[in-house]
Design a protein around this ligand. Sequence first.
Ligand code: SAJ
Length: 420
Amino acid sequence: MSFETISVIGLGYIGLPTAAVLASRKKKVIGVDVNKKAVDTINRGEIHIVEPDLDMIVHAAVTEGYLKAVTVPEPADAFLIAVPTPFKGDHEPDLGYIESASKAIAPVLKKGDLVILESTSPVGATEQMAAWMAEARPDLTFPQTHGEESDIRVAHCPERVLPGHVLRELVQNDRVIGGMTTKCSNKAAALYKTFVEGECVITNARTAEMCKLTENSFRDVNIAFANELSIICDKLDINVWELIRLANRHPRVNILQPGPGVGGHCIAVDPWFIVSKTPQQARLIRTAREVNDSKPEWVVEKVKLGVTEFLQINPEKTSKDVTVACLGLAFKPDIDDIRESPALAVAETLSESLSGTVIAVEPNIEFLPKKFDTIKLVSFENALLKADIFVILVDHKQFKYGGIDFSGRIVIDTRGILSE
Ligand code: SAJ
């Protein structure tokens, strides 16, 4: 099974690194994205997202001629769909991007092609994608009607890489391969084996879909436990980070870290795909989401208490004189991604509800989207000079706290950085 040309649909945080890694294995890769600006950037050998080392490998892939980006799909032997799967207002999954992507590639499909859905998806999405393609191409046969005899092979192979470590994890992690039939799985496994050093483990499409959702829900539930502990410890006047360090000395206890909440487009989203399919059964998974989603509000309340405390110590000042600095806005350290970011939610709510000034430090971002224009971005040094209250939200490597004297100012440390 050889793949001469591989197309990756969606050139974002997953699609672009996957396209670049395939190209680095000397495969001809056609990246497709509806965003013309991103396509132009990539064709110049540059990147439009922050991910360590990605710039180098995209640059090499484009200059050596193995990777090109286009806005309209072209024929290929395999298509990897890596488009977003957000949820709608009511936490129902929105498969709109998968629908558009599968309808966009349908005209260029030919007998023998492989289509892989990589986007994290609710159970049943791969079958739905195959149905959309079958509707668009009645001249071709698909696994849902023709099983092992189908013209087109379809599989779900969820991405599982950690932002910030994408290039390493893409190659080293085991890969779950969920074909709609065994031949679909085998063909998909052959493709991944061209660059995956981990094991390619074969299952069916529904189990692969649920596996990805399970991994992220497991993490969400465990972070919710840590976040709930932090709120309990605050009430009981116990340092939660010391507590967790001690409890984790038990050989079978491994508690994660509390923070300002859970962000990103994965862990804050995917558990809802389970809840929306099985609302009666997924009680713990739903509660974990609610616990994590409510953490930013709790942090905001702590900051407001901090403002009151600051004004008590400095009676000559009024609330209008108080400057609050939010340290970090991304959803986790050392990335530029602000999607579903609890840190940004805290900064936004503070800027709306406090009468003083809210400034923020986010070294990975130059400008914030317009709707956040009440939050002024400043340098770390500038924030240290100006602010009365510091809210430590993200542990970016650029933030060096050693030797800083916070006396006379208030620090709300949501990450336990100063407690170490
Ligand atoms: N967080 C905490 N405490 C912790 C760990 C994380 O508050 O102890 C917060 C982070 O600050 C962040 C959020 O959780 O706001 C999520 O961060 P993360 O590093 O746990 O995960 P993601 O969203 O960057 O990537 C996850 C990974 N899934 C798992 O580890 C099970 C990754 O492997 C997936 O590929 C990715 O989701 C995805 O794309 O689904």
